[in-house]
Design a protein around this ligand. Structure first.
Ligand code: COI
Length: 382
């Protein structure tokens, strides 16, 4: 089978830079152990529940940045409330970015993460766009390593579960002038989590929204900035009132082409086996899972086209059978089939099919170490 060449994006190329093994990075964030960690009963209750993003572990990684000192005070410290003044710039001007990445427990008990170099490169990109300081790639990965090693017992082993890692950075300077802040804090927290959608690998329903956009040309759409997610909440709430689990945004000028969901990228599987996903126009977020799926499918001989996808053609294709499957993907959502797509003047059911299922299994098999990783994406933490 002919394989389609995957031409790496700038972010993918930056993310492919080899990161030293965890033992070499470990110790940059020294552990200040939590004197009151979760009790056995609290731990058991959390590990039994595993609701996405609801409960957190005993520690968090932290470092601080000022123009004079750069990044300093690296440590893994007890998880707990942050002290901020009411004038902290992030509370007013939303100067903040974040990442989503996971720690997986393999069958032999070892703990791994997935493409940490990619997330390191992306937080750099997001930080640049939001006028936040760059983080050294190795420091970023070291913060994950030291945090996860400190809280290793919180990495669940139940199928479909992981320790969801949330690195984030924000302007903590107390100053109301609108400028790039001079005091920045970076943290990594983690939440032992099962699937993002309660149903797991079950089809979700999507409302295609008109009149609201999460980002526009030249805006912050390619940055993982909190404000982009805030912008998605109102349409998301309106969609939820109609009974839909997510929204899909269209392009800003014509409201004609698909962009992305509230926090996930979208793929369309054609009946002839071709797979399509909206091209990176400088507005949508370049998802790590999107990138992995493009690369994986191409290596398997599937033609993946990154191109504009017109909503009316998509709906027509679903009705005629030219479109076989539609799915969403993201770090939290992994690969989630879309079973219903609706908007102001259409409402169509989409079957769940083999391409979506295979993408889900192929990806999670690599992440969980059930098959060899031909791409060099997995990174051992412990
Ligand atoms: C992720 O997939 O990691 C995200 O950051 C998206 C968010 C909706 C949970």
């Amino acid at each position: 089978m002919a394989t389609q060449t995957h031409v790496p994006t700038a972010l993918e190329a930056a993310g492919d830079v080899v990161i030293p093994v965890a033992d070499e990075l470990a110790g940059r964030f020294p552990l200040h152990a939590n004197p009151s960690p979760a009790s056995d009963a609290e731990y058991d209750a959390i590990m039994e529940d595993l609701t996405f993003g609801r409960a957190f572990t005993d520690h968090m990684a932290h470092m601080r940045w000022t123009p004079d000192q750069g990044w300093h005070d690296r440590a893994v410290v007890p998880y707990g409330p942050l002290e901020l003044t009411p004038a902290a710039a992030v509370l007013h001007y939303s100067q903040s970015v974040f990442e989503g990445i996971k720690a997986y427990r393999h069958a032999d008990g070892s703990i791994w993460t997935f493409r940490p170099g990619y997330n390191a490169a992306r937080i750099d990109h997001s930080a640049w766009r939001m006028s936040l300081p760059a983080i050294d790639r190795e420091d970023f990965v070291a913060s994950l390593v030291d945090y996860v090693r400190a809280d290793a017992k919180w990495v669940p082993d139940r199928p479909g579960s992981s320790l969801y890692l949330r690195p984030f950075m924000f302007a903590s300077e107390d100053f109301l002038g609108v400028h790039a802040a001079h005091e920045i804090d970076y943290y990594v927290i983690g939440s032992p989590s099962g699937p993002y959608f309660k149903g797991g690998f079950e089809p979700v329903s999507i409302w295609v929204v008109k009149g609201y956009h999460r980002a526009g040309p030249g805006g912050t759409g390619t940055a993982k900035a909190g404000g982009n997610y805030a912008a998605s909440l109102l349409p998301q709430m309106e969609a939820a009132e109609r009974g839909f689990s997510q929204v899909c945004f269209l392009d800003t000028y014509q409201e004609k082409y698909l962009e992305e969901l509230g926090g996930m990228n979208v793929f369309v599987v054609m009946a002839d086996g071709t797979v399509r996903t909206p091209e990176l126009t400088g507005v949508i977020l370049e998802g790590g899972t999107r990138s992995a799926i493009c690369r994986m499918l191409r290596s398997q001989g599937t033609e993946v086209r990154e191109e504009p996808i017109a909503l009316d053609e998509l709906v027509e294709g679903i009705r005629s059978g030219d479109v076989a499957e539609v799915f969403a993907c993201g770090t939290a959502a992994v690969v989630t089939p879309i079973g219903r797509l609706a908007g102001d003047d259409f409402d169509v059911q989409v079957p769940t099919g083999p391409v979506t299922e295979k993408a889900y299994h192929d990806l999670t098999d690599i992440q969980m170490g059930r098959v060899p990783d031909p791409f060099g994406w997995t990174y051992r933490i412990l």
